[in-house]
Design a protein around this ligand. Sequence first.
Ligand code: MG
Length: 415
Amino acid sequence: MAVTIKDIRTICTAPEGINLLVVKVETSEPGLYGLGCGTFAYRYLAVKTVVDEYLKPLLVGRDVSQIEELWQLMNQNGYWRNGGIENNAISGVDMALWDIKGKMAGMPLYQLFGGKVREAVPVYRHADGRDLQDLCDNIQKYVNIGVKTIRCQCGGYGGGTYSAAPAGTPAGAPKGVYLDAKTYIKNTVKMFDFVRGRFGDSIDLVHDVHERIAPSDAVQLARELEPYHLKFLEDPVSIEQTQWLARIREASSTPIAEGELFNNPQEWQYPIANRLIDYIRCHLSQIGGITPARKLQIFAEQFGVRTAWHGPGDMSPVAHAANVHIDLAAQNFGVQEWSGIEPPNFVIQKLSGPHGALLEVFPGLPEYKDGYVYPNDNPGLGVDINEAEAIKYPCNPEVVTWTQTRKMDGSLQTP
Ligand code: MG
């Protein structure tokens, strides 16, 4: 007799002060359930509504084994498709169904994707600093624990923090995260000069533009960073301006990673098929979960484009595990962004929640060791949720401010 979906629940929790949304799919088989990530940190209540009010009534009673059928059903049911809120809701269910599939098979998910081609996943970490010396000190802390690839930023993503308009802006300009593109480009080149001077070629370096400058400025930056041999330059243009990737390619040999904000196949098909990017770095829940991510990974492999999935703090450990399971079995894997739990006694980022709370809420989070992340070998995704712990950390629905990035004339810039 088929195992069917008995119930679907959403669990919202913020153990580190970042809103996370996890979907729990319970089945007709006692004790058999799956977990999926539907975290859209700044719109989590909307995702919750889609899951609770629309996907649950659509799916209860259906056969859990038919992941592809159910993914298509969820994707097409609302008629309009490919929106971020919808995709995160779908992802929550989709990952949970894969988790259930692995548990039914008695295998970790990477086995269902063809088995390991590597024993663990090399990761890159994010280093920032108040000034160049502080940045280098933070890079050194990561080097000391074996990290081989570091993303270097100075003063956030080229802007300060959310505050009053600085000098040089028009009278009456609103509060925001202000960025002057010229200064940012100059400082970024200076930063890599300093970092290469201190560390030589002993580490790989990454930089995230975060879509915060105009496309023609991104062309200039990619060109000026050429001497520093970056592993890649991350999201140099906004998702609305990906035609500019061809111009960056013509102008510079700096490798390009793009796609953190991609939502649908129309956005990645052209850059991959025309080899305009070196790394595809989608956010798994934003594109609808493991089902579309596996298709994308295999598509990219045909064109020699490698994966570097988004792995920030604003996704749950369930999604980090999903990244790692795909990475382990992907021939065209490049590197994995990692923001997971640090080894004991290692604190570099200021967390708003108690250190280690994430692990208490999500036992089974893949483990970092000497530059690599290892999943556990439990069936499915290998990550569980402690609901009694999760409830201690309520989410915060306040309006987000860091996304209010502004140019020096006071107008908004993509964040
Ligand atoms: Mg990024």
